[in-house]
Design a protein around this ligand. Structure first.
Ligand code: ADP
Ligand code: MG
Length: 701
């Protein structure tokens, strides 16, 4: 396929050449005409506004003014040489200074002429100045009726030092536009352009750089946002639909003995409506003969483990094995214990595989897994090691998936001839727009209901100086038989400073809650995992009544008797993380509390965040707030690969547009699910050309 003119190398553009092209690539990553043309201005200067010389003050923005050159003077020699010109309106004066390109400036400015001058005003020894201004003869400028909004590009110092300044940039953009005109065709379906009243692609490209007026500019930028979101959605939805047709999965057609006996004999409580609904959704997927790829989002404490277990029983009923993978040793063991207790005397064999299962026990376990006598396997990423062979893996459940890398999930895949069904469970609610992007190719189930009888956790925001009051409260709770978590921030647990927090805290706690009356346990990420396990289990079993910890306990730990979560330096945590931590309490029938301790003089913003958290227990609402306050890059669990960068749009601001774009994309795929139609063909090409590079969608499994 001959290269499309939009993708010609920038080196071929007049005014650029190989050297400058190399700079553009190394400084800004721009390689092709298209890269240059979609490197939109970061702002636009209103060129109809000319300030009078008398009102100029120092400031960070670019302004225009006008005046006559009164004097031109060369100062200094060699490297220190500079050119100073004085501009005047007859009453006021402005100094124009060039430190670079002195010769060029000297030769191009004429004394006595009137100029329009453009630049940033600074102040030096009481005198207003402009360094490296752009000058246009006033006579010429006033004749022109060109666009009144002039583009300002975000350039690096290195580029500017090499004279690739804004003015130069405007020139090459014009060149590039000239050369590609006629080659920029519409890539969105015509009826979508109509329905959404979008500006056409070529016009939008021109207007984005040289807008006629602010309204046109807004339309141009809107069009590119829409285009990007549309193709983003088209990409993920197509992947989803392809997978649906191409990946056969094991068929779990019947609900058998294990599931039914469990349901009637063993289920210790009534399922919530949300649990029932999700199990139904999963059952429907498992019967289709296609591979299931489902994301289960359920707020902390919503009872995801039960959903996982019942899905795994369906696998067993249909002659398949199932596994449940958790991010830590502790969680694996906890799941294993829970599942064993729930299964009771049902004839289901469940094993636990972690790094700590060694020697003979490990060998036997692997043998049973291989010969099929083991039905369920719970474990850490030990499950995906090469020498672990399943006889017939039909379903893989991945708990708290954000701790697992994408490649790790792929390895699980390789463990079965037929792609196993995949159920990814996460307690970190993902904002809707982010879910549509990052997990847009997965089916999504949502559990937004807690089991009946839970009392919502009460959240208190309090300053460090109220510590003694907090201690008394903890004492009361412990005396009433409850248990308490005290969590310290250790964002990077490798850092000694962070660990010191924890140890100082631990010692303070020991003094306030002395043994033998009180019993403390301590865990952090740098302990040997065996030691951590011992400490953790003391707390889980109720031997210890106070657990001092870093965020290693964040995910999944289930101690229903714990009723207080104290978080020290809460201002150092993200909202989603705080919500996770809070979810460790409120799991029993007692009223539970979360105490957010902050330093004595927190910033206004920090207080607001903490108060926002205290005002709601709804994880989805919190996820939306977190996204708004911190931006998508920071959100817990979203740093992993498979993420994409958006060039024109913004996940937070343009979520409304994303919904619209998704509806259009969905419709196209519903009409033409196999992608054989003409429209699909065109879109696939356009996608590959403009949005496919560097994004491997198949990596998101
Ligand atoms: P999470 O969704 O955070 O993983 P878990 O699966 O750990 O939640 O469940 C939290 C607690 O709620 C567990 O003690 C579990 O036994 C209990 N639970 C789950 N489902 C129900 C239910 N339908 N009714 C009452 N308690 C339930
Ligand atoms: Mg869980």
């Amino acid at each position: 396929m001959p290269e499309h003119p939009l993708f010609y190398d920038l080196a071929y553009l007049k005014g650029i050449g190989p050297q400058r092209a190399a700079w553009l690539e190394s400084e800004l990553g721009l390689k092709t005409y298209y890269d240059l043309l979609t490197y939109f201005p970061y702002r636009y200067l209103d060129r109809s506004e000319v300030h009078s010389l008398g009102i100029l003050v120092e400031g960070p923005t670019f302004v225009q003014t006008r005046g006559k050159i009164l004097r031109i003077e060369k100062v200094g020699t060699g490297k220190a040489a500079r050119l100073v010109a004085t501009l005047t309106d007859g009453q006021h004066y402005l100094e124009l200074i060039w430190f670079q390109s002195v010769q060029w400036a000297e030769s191009s400015i004429r004394k006595g002429e009137e100029y329009l001058v453009f630049g940033k005003v600074s102040q030096y020894k009481g005198q207003v100045q402009m360094a490296h201004p752009e000058l246009t003869l006033w006579e010429e400028w006033s004749k022109k009726s060109g666009p009144s909004l002039s583009p300002m590009y975000s350039l690096t110092d290195k580029l500017r030092q090499r004279n690739l300044n804004n003015r130069w940039w405007i020139g090459v953009v014009r060149q590039a536009l000239d050369q590609v005109s006629g080659n920029v065709s519409e890539i969105l379906p015509a009826y979508v352009v109509d329905a959404e009243s979008l500006m056409n692609r070529w016009e939008a490209l021109e207007q984005a750089h040289f807008p006629d007026d602010p309204a046109q500019l807004a339309k141009a930028l809107h069009r590119f946002k829409f285009e990007e979101l549309f193709f983003l959605q088209f990409g993920v939805l197509r992947l989803k639909s392809n997978r649906k047709f191409q990946n056969p999965g094991p068929v779990f057609e019947k609900v058998g003995d294990m599931f039914l006996r469990f349901f009637h004999e063993r289920l210790p409580f009534e399922l919530t409506d949300a649990q029932k609904r999700v199990i139904k959704e999963i059952r429907a997927d498992l019967g289709t003969g296609r591979q299931m790829n489902r994301l289960l989002q359920g707020d902390v404490g919503s009872g995801k483990t039960m959903v996982a277990l019942m899905s795994m029983l369906l696998a067993a009923d249909n002659g398949y094995q199932a596994c449940l993978m958790a991010p830590t040793e502790l969680l694996s063991r906890q799941h294993y214990d829970t599942i064993q207790a729930m299964l009771g005397d049902l004839p289901i064999r469940c094993g636990l595989l972690t790094g700590q299962v060694k020697g003979k026990a490990r060998k036997e376990l692997l043998q049973e897994l291989y010969d099929g006598s083991l039905h369920l396997l719970v474990g850490t990423h030990a499950l995906i090691q090469e020498h672990v062979h399943f006889a017939k893996l039909g379903l893989a459940v991945i708990d708290e998936q954000h701790r697992f890398g994408v490649e790790q999930r792929a390895k699980l895949w390789a463990k079965a001839g037929l792609a196993p069904h995949i159920l990814v469970m996460t307690a970190t609610p993902i904002p809707r727009t982010l879910a549509m992007t990052r997990y847009g190719d997965l089916e999504v189930s949502i559990m937004n209901q807690l089991p009946a009888g839970r009392k919502p956790v009460q959240t208190l925001v309090t300053a460090e100086s109220k510590r003694l009051k907090m201690f008394r409260f903890l004492e009361q709770q412990i005396q009433a038989g409850r248990q308490v978590y005290v969590v310290y921030p250790a964002i990077k647990e490798t850092e000694q400073a962070d660990l010191k927090f924890l140890y100082d805290g631990y010692e303070a706690m020991l003094r306030a809650f002395p043994p033998p009356h009180f019993r403390l346990a301590v865990v952090h990420g740098q302990m040997k995992s065996a030691d951590r396990d011992i400490e953790m289990r003391r707390f889980v079993k109720g031997v210890a009544n106070l657990l001092v910890a870093t965020t290693v306990i964040e995910v999944g730990v289930n101690v229903p008797n714990a009723s207080v979560m104290v978080i020290e330096n809460a201002e150092r945590f993200g909202l989603a993380q705080l919500h996770q931590l809070r979810g460790r309490v409120g799991r029993g029938s007692e009223q539970s509390y979360c105490i957010l301790m902050h330093k004595d003089k927190p910033s206004e913003e920090a207080i607001q965040r903490l108060k926002a958290l205290a005002s709601t227990n709804d994880g989805f609402e919190i996820a939306e707030m977190d996204l708004k306050m911190r931006g998508p890059g920071d959100l817990a669990g979203t740093q992993q690969s498979g993420s994409m960068e958006l060039r024109f749009s913004d996940l937070v601001e343009d979520s409304h547009l994303m919904h619209k774009a998704r509806l259009h994309a969905e419709q196209i795929l519903v009409t033409d699910p196999h992608g054989t139609g003409e429209l699909s063909g065109k879109l696939v090409n356009a996608y590959a050309r403009f949005y496919g590079q560097g994004k491997n969608w198949s990596k998101i499994s």
